[in-house]
Design a protein around this ligand. Sequence first.
Ligand code: NDP
Length: 451
Amino acid sequence: MSTQQILEAIQAGATGDDMAAVALPETFRGAHVLRSEQNMWEGVASEDKDPTKSLHIGEIPLPELAPDEVYIANMASSINFNTVWTSIFEPLSTFGFLDRLGKESVWGKRHQQDFHVVGSDSAGVVLRVGSAVRNWKPGDHVTVHCNHLDDQDPSAHDDSMLAANQRIWGFETNYGGLADLSIVKANQLMPKPSHLTWEEAAVNALCASTSYRMLVGRHAAQMKQGDNVFVWGATGGIGAYAIQLVLNGGGTPVGVVSSESRVKLLQAMGCDAVIDRRAEGYQFWSDEHTQDESEWRRLGKKVRGLIGDDPDIVFEHPGRSTFGASVFIAKRGGTVVTCAATSGYMMEFDNRHLWMKLKRIVSSHFANYQEAWQMNRLISNGVIQPVMSEVFPLEQVGEAALKVHRNQGEGKIGVLCLAPEAGQGITDPEKRARIGEDKITLYQRHARGEL
Ligand code: NDP
């Protein structure tokens, strides 16, 4: 039995019993790293580690389905930075995560393998549901959020991101989305926005939900109408959704990017206050151990020049290289919200600028189901647009990850898994026309040089 028959059933619109009757293969194609190679980058500088060498495409045995899970056919997935982290084995090998999950339960044991199938996003079709699944059926078109948790644990029942066993699917678990098939928990599923292609629908959940929790949800910065929000990496994965959320929520974004072409893209999104950090040449660190406060001041002055005020919220993720500046430029009483540390996680800032001005640093990590669902609704309603710039076939997942690693892509990069070509999967073309092709495809048009 092959995945070709699954694809044919999907293309024929099979649902319910018809879809459930389609036989599943014993193995499927998946992008994975190998335990035997987890030390392959020893002594190599981060920037020289090449995901094309560590990410492999190969046949993966189909695992058994737990009662609270579904098998999905991934029509498309996306590259997230966590796929880069896994493929360069930084800051640690993800096999440690799989080993810990393997010790938790019989079902957890399935994840403890010598391969790790990566990928934390998907748009696809439900093929089978486990015996405990109530709200979904074979044939449903879905997107998948990556918050993987055991909901029988009481710690999962206030904010599920606080659950003791919370994990990111396809990063801290096996059988992720960069594959033809996956196993996911039923409580990771959300309805696929009907006006989007498979790949446009696949790129959103991880980055968009992260930005939603950081800015909008009640657990982090809680942006209000009128807030000024400073966004690093404003055309990157999480930054591009942050800019849209600020504009949609009645705030004023200040977006930072590193090229003229990205400045143009940001302006086309409706962000008027834009900083090209490369053109400005900020040097926040004068050497490896010393930060230069005058450069922080220069950035702060630039922001005031653009919007006449300091940022109420700083959307922080570059980490070590920018964190001191982020704390400095936040408004008195303002918030620095952080979810990452791309340039290094040992951060330094001048605490006087924090406590004397009553600022706060708030941490955030992905999103709970409710937050992911709310964000998916904004995308379904056409209020927030996918920021997919390009699409790669699964065979070139390494090249796609390398592009993200080298900061060469805008927004999100989609990956076609079972979908044979880009552009398929739209089931409500009228809605698409109402929202506007130009709006939905802004990042794609920019990548084609059409802006
Ligand atoms: P992208 O690579 O798509 O975008 C990040 C952008 O940040 C870059 O495009 C770049 O923009 C900017 N940037 C990178 N390095 C620096 C630097 N040293 N100084 C200033 N700006 C910099 O990545 P994502 O947006 O997808 O992810 C960003 C980070 O957030 C990653 O570390 C990722 O792992 C993390 N993350 C965490 C999540 C969580 O749940 N905790 C969820 C999603 C992402 P430019 O060069 O144009 O300025």
